[in-house]
Design a protein around this ligand. Sequence first.
Ligand SMILES: [Zn+2]
Ligand SMILES: [Zn+2]
Length: 268
Amino acid sequence: MFRIFTDRHGKPVCDGLKKTVHIVEALVFPDMCLNCRALLPVSLGPGFSDQTFFCGACRARGLPTFDPPYCRMCGHLFDTGDTHVCETCLTDPPVVHRVRAALAYQGLVPEIVPLFKYHARLSLTRFFDSLMFNALDRHFRDTEIHWIVPVPLHPKKLRQRGFNQSFLLVRRLCDTYERHFGGRPGWQVDASVLKRVRYTHSQTGLDIASRKNNLKNAFQVPDPARVKDAGILLVDDVYTTGATCNEAARALLDAGAARVDVLVLARA
Ligand SMILES: [Zn+2]
Ligand SMILES: [Zn+2]
């Protein structure tokens, strides 16, 4: 809605005018808290702070970013100490190379992620977009990535839900990158690299072994030549036991991918 105040190169035409119109627009169409829908006070300009998206009460519950200390491999968050490899990864290393996240699954996060995923509160993507871009830049800046691949849904699940939440998390990554760095990234977002060929029932309530079994041969790489020797970043909404991401990574590695890393919105 601010595009009309930028020239064709995206440069602001007039900041003062832009700000005035923003305030008028905000009075006519007031912003609501993306969680509880309370009206937000009129801000002086668009920004990307939590304040732009959530009311004071919701913000007070916490939107913790994914910060060290965590497991170097699976990204499991530790309460204290240094970043190291966790016990689980030492005994049973994950298929994926590294797991990193934008948020920790704590505070307000366990409420807004289901709102997004199961109740189609898609306005939350306005908040998630910048978080995902910052996490990508922070954790994978020096990683060679060829494809960014959202974890696919089975076509039947996609029809039921109407959208793939993982795809919505990466849909605007390339635009954000170009706006930020003024050039095209070395990677491409492509949802067709990986397909979900087996319909699986919800993982909720299953133990780790059952989750793994439930997902066996669920994924397929339609064109292995595209992933041969490629660095791949899988993107999903939440990483809990990692059964889904690791099964997806197995399919990609079997097809010849060099390495599979994972970026999720929230690490449980
Ligand atoms: Zn709120
Ligand atoms: Zn670990």
